[in-house]
Design a protein around this ligand. Structure first.
Ligand code: CP
Ligand code: NVA
Length: 313
């Protein structure tokens, strides 16, 4: 059974096919095409953390594809009312896939372990694969190609930066994380990337200004992720020199694009003048969540459509 707990679940060719499908669906939608590729399929969204983009982009994308979605919040009692096996096996009787936003990656992995229904990671503490699909689609849209581009993430070695590092390695792109000491990516995650993609061009540095000098895209995310709220005051101090502001942008090429997964804490990790500048693609990036996830769902649930309609390269 095909799950998408992280982008380690697919290979580079499959990733490129999903990205091509995303661009195709986006261009089609702009002309008014809403092909019913997932007609009568039902996809559950099982979320134990807040969400705007992930929830709404999945729900609208599924509707555009002729399917329907079912939002399952805290009241379904995941992990509280019955065993994880019973919970997942029952869901598998009803729905074609589950998009899951979990407090810990292990909880998402456990859901997938029963192979009762395809599980898609809609964010865990470890990674955010759907976000990184949209990030690369946005870079391609803004710069014409993602090939050979250098993505510089200024901020925390968190779920979003970890997924970006992996997707850049898969696509032979350069990735730099500029972060304070001790806020680097998870060492096991990096080891796994370098084991599977030995040519990965990943650098971690504590110097944001030096990192952005040849950046094609400058990316940031909140300093305090969901679940880390008790560390917020400490993190504000530690990350103070890692703000994406006009001074940092002056050190970067004027052609560099600005990305943020959102939601942002304006005035903290990024200033208003930068996030609202002509270099910023953050709203298009949010919109690409829907196109990329539609492509992912179609690839996972109706591969025959992809084989028939999406060019091989
Ligand atoms: N970027 C992102 O995943 O946003 P939400 O938390 O609103 O889904
Ligand atoms: N790193 C953030 C991303 C939110 C989309 C978090 O986990 O809260």
């Amino acid at each position: 059974m095909q799950h998408l707990l992280s982008l380690f679940d697919i290979d580079t060719q499959q990733l490129k096919t999903i990205l091509r499908t995303s661009a195709m669906l986006r261009e089609g939608l702009a002309k008014g095409d809403r092909p019913a590729i997932l007609q009568r399929m039902v996809i559950a969204l099982l979320f134990e953390k807040p969400s705007l983009r992930t929830r709404v982009s999945f729900e609208t994308g599924i509707a555009q594809l002729g399917g329907s979605s079912l939002f399952l919040g805290e009241d379904v009692g995941w992990g509280k009312r019955e065993s994880p096996a019973d919970f997942t096996n029952v869901l598998g009787q009803f729905v074609d896939a589950v998009v899951c936003r979990a407090k810990s990656h292990d909880r998402a992995t456990q859901l997938a372990s029963f192979n009762a229904v395809p599980i898609i990671n809609g964010l865990t503490d470890l990674c955010h694969p759907c976000q990184s699909l949209a990030d690369i689609a946005t870079i391609e849209q803004a710069l014409g190609t993602y090939e050979d581009k250098h993505v510089v993430f200024v901020g925390d070695g968190n779920n979003v930066s970890q997924s970006l590092a992996l997707i850049c390695a898969m696509l032979d792109m350069r990735f730099t994380l500029a972060c304070p000491p001790e806020y680097e990516m998870d060492a096991d995650w990096l080891t796994q990337i370098e084991a599977k993609y030995p040519k990965a061009k990943i650098v971690q540095t504590n110097d944001p200004t030096g990192a952005v000098v040849d950046a094609d895209a400058i990316y940031t995310d909140v300093w305090t992720s969901m679940g880390q709220e008790v560390e917020a005051a400490q993190r504000r101090k530690v990350f103070a020199d890692f703000q994406v502001n006009s001074k940092l942008m002056a050190a970067a090429p004027s052609t560099a694009r600005v990305l943020h997964c959102l939601p942002a804490v304006r005035g903290q990790e990024i200033t208003d003048d930068v996030i609202d500048s002509k270099q910023s693609d953050v709203i298009i990036q949010a919109g690409n969540r829907m196109h990329a996830q539609k492509a992912l769902l179609v690839w996972m649930l109706n591969r025959a459509w992809v084989d028939k309609h999406v060019p091989a390269s």
